[in-house]
Design a binder for this molecule. Structure first.
Ligand SMILES: NC(=O)c1ccc[n+]([C@@H]2O[C@H](COP(=O)([O-])OP(=O)(O)OC[C@H]3O[C@@H](n4cnc5c(N)ncnc54)[C@H](O)[C@@H]3O)[C@@H](O)[C@H]2O)c1
Ligand SMILES: [Zn+2]
Ligand SMILES: [Zn+2]
Length: 377
């Protein structure tokens, strides 16, 4: 089968690889009908999320059809339409039972297990492929209701639950003024999630005009950090108080304002150059005693956080990898009922032969390339 394979930092290719097989009684094999490229994949290709094993298939977002199930997968049969949760949980340890699927003690006692990630996360081959082996399929697969499209379900594989989780971590409540840092796909859906959780106003900060415009279509108030100081702008918009809640949807590839450096623009696979920038702005723009929810990814060993300022302003800071399985069924129901449409952020559809070009356009944040769905049919 064809799959996107990580070989080295800055080097991925579309390779012919062996088809996956059932290995354990709780496995399923699915045929993937749609996959996607995520900002997390970019960290791994740029090298800012280290520890990848060469030969690992990338990708952790997919919708597909069950091909085959192991004997202990009793809730799915061949032919069922499913979405795959990005993180892998066993469904039986105390962490999974408590809803902390991203901290499953069986699949990865040291942290989070997810598809297509670094060695320390499994490693498990990913979902930018024609077929995939799904461990603990009874827990990690979610049935897609009739009437929900592949594109809709694809957003519930990772980015919509992550955005929803980010708003939960930030303790968004009725009337809150919420700032979302980063207008990538996760940030765009964090705007939607914050509103669904009761936010009064949502302000979004990014340096990319095209993505800010997409957010404005959701009525987010936009701040371009290349045009103005985002901390001063948020203070001004909030009568000097700051935001009640801030969601970091940027992570380690954060960029400094281009007015602060000579080189604007973005070379292929270039790390962000200001890894703690979003965290610093979050701590400075949130109100005293406010809350910050961090879903932007920071790798093991990252140690830069403005703790003193956060401490002395009585901030609450929560973070983590999304417990996808906890939120995916509920969000899928909302999509099926028509009360949320996350597909407005899907800007591009590609097929497998075009996947590497799509990666490059997404990495460069070219206009119109906010979120790429890979259709496999
Ligand atoms: N915690 C989780 O479970 C989880 C799941 C999915 C994605 N993520 C992470 O969420 C983050 C966003 O994912 P995405 O797919 O939207 O990525 P993306 O790369 O498409 O988007 C990041 C956005 O941040 C903007 N940005 C860069 N520097 C900034 C700064 N200083 N301030 C504000 N915005 C800035 C970029 O212009 C870009 O639009 C990534 O770090 C990704 O790894 C986490
Ligand atoms: Zn992702
Ligand atoms: Zn578990």
């Amino acid at each position: 089968m064809k799959a996107v394979v990580w070989h080295d930092t800055g080097r991925i290719s579309l390779d012919e690889v062996p088809d996956p097989k059932i290995q354990e009684p709780e496995d399923a094999v699915i045929r993937i009908t749609a996959s996607a490229i995520c900002g997390t994949d970019l960290h791994m290709v740029r090298g800012t999320m280290p520890g990848m094993r060469p030969g690992t298939i990338l990708g952790h977002e997919a919708v597909g059809v069950v091909e085959e199930t192991g004997p202990q997968v009793r809730n799915f049969n061949a032919g069922d339409r499913v979405l795959v949760c990005s993180t892998i949980g066993c469904g039986r340890c105390v962490y999974c039972r408590d809803g902390y699927y991203a901290q499953c003690d069986v699949v990865n006692p040291g942290g989070t297990a997810f598809f297509g990630g670094p060695e320390a996360t499994g490693p498990f081959d990913g979902l930018q492929a024609e077929y995939a082996r799904i461990p603990y399929a009874h827990t990690g697969l979610v049935a897609v209701p009739p009437g929900v499209s592949d594109e809709q379900a694809l957003t519930v594989s990772d980015i919509f639950p992550t955005a929803w989780f980010g708003a939960r971590l930030a303790e968004v409540g009725p009337g809150d003024v919420v700032v979302v840092l980063g207008a990538g796909p996760v940030g765009q859906l964090a705007v939607l999630s914050a509103r669904m959780q009761g936010a009064g106003r949502v302000i979004i900060v990014d340096g990319n005009a095209d993505r800010l415009e997409t957010a404005r279509l959701q009525n987010a108030e936009t701040v371009d950090f290349n045009a103005e100081d985002p901390v001063a702008a948020v203070k001004e918009l909030t009568g000097g108080v700051g935001a009640d809640r801030v969601i970091d949807a940027v992570g380690v590839d954060a960029e400094p304002p281009s007015r602060d450096r000579e080189k604007a623009g973005h070379d292929l696979w270039e790390p962000g150059e200001a890894p703690d920038q979003a965290l610093r702005w979050a701590v400075e723009m949130v109100a005293k005693a406010g809350t910050i929810g961090i879903v932007g990814v920071y790798p093991e060993g990252f140690g830069s956080f403005p703790l003193g300022t956060a401490m002395n302003r009585n901030l609450t800071v929560k973070m983590g990898n999304c417990n996808h399985r906890r939120y995916a069924p509920g969000l899928l129901s909302k999509v099926a009922a028509g009360s949320a449409d996350p597909t407005t952020i899907l800007t591009q559809q590609e097929t497998m032969p075009g996947v590497l070009e799509a990666y490059e356009a997404f990495d460069r944040r070219e206009p119109g390339w906010t979120k790429v769905a890979i259709e496999l049919g």
